[in-house]
Design a protein around this ligand. Structure first.
Ligand code: SF4
Ligand code: SF4
Length: 97
């Protein structure tokens, strides 16, 4: 018997809240770093889309390419760099403003 077997644990239920860009504040001009997508390297895997805390990335048609590519909405991007850190193709570079 482990020390936890007779204990009662209570957990709060989690929730996934849909991000609503209509209610999100625009970034303005205070962003310090700006992510730039290298469309040639982007494979369209959508990892960055899932991780962006501002829901500022979409996959969009790019030229005549078969796969959609990451496209960043700079109105809402805060420059946190998460997208750059998680991209498996190293396709997003953070540039200083
Ligand atoms: S994580 Fe990288 S490769 Fe995947 S869609 Fe985003 S930019 Fe493209
Ligand atoms: S820098 Fe942050 S807020 Fe901007 S697109 Fe990347 S993950 Fe989203």
């Amino acid at each position: 018997m482990t020390q936890y077997e007779n204990q009662k644990f209570e957990f709060e239920e989690g929730a996934v809240i849909k991000h609503d860009l209509d209610k999100a504040p625009k970034t303005g001009d205070w962003r310090y770093m700006t992510p730039k997508v290298d469309k040639d390297k982007c494979s369209g895997c959508s990892t960055c889309v899932s991780y962006c805390p501002e829901a500022a990335i979409e996959l969009k048609k790019y030229k005549d390419e078969q796969k959609d590519k990451a496209d960043i909405d700079y109105d809402f991007c805060k420059g946190c760099g998460v997208c750059s850190a998680v991209c498996p193709m190293k396709a997003i570079m953070m540039e200083k403003n």
